[in-house]
Design a protein around this ligand. Structure first.
Ligand code: HEM
Length: 425
């Protein structure tokens, strides 16, 4: 069965993700009626849409059968793909980060930084992260009783953490935030570089996206030079001086490594933090429950990751004919893993559309699974836990102070504005 064109158009529409409900409804319909089926929206090559939790895990665990790098790892129009290949000497990728790699490269490149992101090494950062969190809580308190929690706290706190871990000086954080928002917010006229309405994919906006990527690369080329001359204890020094299979990293691969850590490393966590506040301000009962019992904070963090699911999809390409959920997938077929759909799957989650910090178990797929599972998942969890631990000590009451707004985007996104009124001690 082919996915009806209106449903296919909805699940790729940045405005539908901003509104939320149209996407939730479309995926609920797909999970029930066509859980694994082909979409062919205008201007796109056909792709399978994988909507069920179990099928997403099934694809992710077979990383030799379903590759990341053979075609674009994110949804792209035919025109966008043509332009990228023309620019990149036939490659379908503008960047070549872990997300675009398969083995053996993937394993070699991932091993370089993996150790820095395991829980026992992250523990060393916890005191400093707590200090950064308290700085933003003081900033919020100083604003009186109103702020835009997304813009004033949630966007800035994970930004500062990841830039310290990466080794970008504080004075360059605004530039990194702007470039990230221009990249992930390419379809949002309030965030993108041109202020124009676009579909935000690399088809309509490829030249703009390319110029954002070039700006990142110019910046990180400078960082590389510095860390080769003066290595420090940061991720930038590992990337600048690292070797894979006995060779220094390729230029494109090194630049792409910085870019993925510098972008995925804060935007996702910011969206999730803003989304958690949106839910608590909308529903003070949830706020009071967690405030009264800080043991619920890890559950709040996990539920907000499931709730927001800031990464909306990644694509895979079949390397051979295969069978999946009773369907025949042909070699070369393109598949979209829909994380928001997997995280609302009624077969796995009771009342999936209810925000419940006490949800147990909460086996969401927001960090993906398998060989490519999010490198920064433990850092993200720790940052959010620490922020809520500190904030709940001081926050007495919270409510919405206007309508929150989501970004207009369909790849990495979440709330962009969460106006709140609050009381702090
Ligand atoms: C990969 C989500 C935070 C760095 C991924 C993937 C997802 C994801 C869905 C793809 C997994 C797959 O293909 O199976 C999230 C969410 C976050 C978050 C929801 C926060 C709530 C972070 C942070 C970092 C980070 C803080 C900082 C280092 C990466 C990297 C990859 C990745 C480098 C590529 C891994 C690979 O392909 O091997 N993330 N992420 N992410 N994430 Fe995160």
């Amino acid at each position: 069965m082919k996915i009806p064109s209106d449903v296919a158009a909805t699940i790729i529409d940045p405005r539908a993700y901003a509104a939320g409900k149209p996407v939730d409804d479309a995926f609920a319909w797909l999970r029930k009626e066509a859980p694994l089926a082909v979409a062919e929206p205008d201007g796109y090559d056909p792709f399978w849409v994988v909507t069920r939790h179990a099928d997403i895990l099934d694809v992710e665990r077979q990383n030799e059968l379903f590759h990341n790098g053979d075609r674009s790892a994110t949804l792209t129009t035919i025109e966008g793909d043509r332009k990228v290949r023309a620019m990149m000497g036939g490659s379908p990728h503008l960047v070549r980060s872990l997300v675009q790699m398969d083995n053996p490269d993937h394993m070699g490149y991932r091993r370089l930084t993996q150790g820095a992101f395991v829980p026992q090494n992250l523990r060393k950062l916890e005191d400093r992260i707590r200090e950064i969190a308290n700085g933003f809580i003081d900033h919020m308190a100083a604003m009186g009783e109103r702020c835009d929690f997304a813009r004033d706290v949630a966007f800035l706190y994970p930004l500062q953490v990841i830039m310290e871990v990466l080794g970008v000086p504080e004075s360059d954080e605004p530039r990194m935030l702007k470039l990230t928002q221009e990249l992930f917010g390419a379809a949002d006229p309030e965030l993108n570089r041109t202020g124009a309405e676009t579909t935000g994919d690399v088809g309509s906006g490829v030249d703009t996206i390319q110029s954002v990527v070039m700006d990142f690369m110019t910046y990180f080329a400078g960082i590389t030079e510095d860390r080769r001359a003066r290595p420090r204890d940061d991720i930038a020094s590992i990337i600048a001086n690292g070797e894979v299979a006995g060779q220094p990293l390729g230029h494109l691969e090194a630049m792409s490594y910085y870019i993925i850590v510098a972008t995925a490393g804060h935007d996702t966590t910011s969206s999730t933090t803003a989304g958690a506040m949106w839910e608590m301000a909308r529903n003070p009962e949830v706020f009071s429950r967690v405030k009264a019992n800080p043991a619920l904070i890890p559950g709040l963090v996990e539920e907000s990751i499931r709730w927001v699911t800031p990464v909306k999809h990644f694509m895979r390409t079949a390397t051979a004919d295969a069978e999946l959920a009773g369907r025949k997938i042909a070699k070369g077929d393109w598949l979209m893993l829909s994380y928001p759909s997997g995280n609302r799957d009624e077969a796995v989650f009771t009342d999936p559309f209810v925000f419940d910090p006490e949800r147990t178990p909460n086996k969401h797929v927001a960090f993906g699974y398998g060989a490519h599972v999010c490198l920064g998942q433990h850092l993200a969890r720790m940052e959010m836990r620490v922020l809520w631990e500190e904030l709940f000590k001081r926050l007495e009451a919270i409510e919405l102070d206007g309508e929150p707004k989501n970004m207009t985007a369909s790849f990495v996104c979440g709330p962009k504005s969460v106006p709140v009124r609050f009381k702090m001690n």
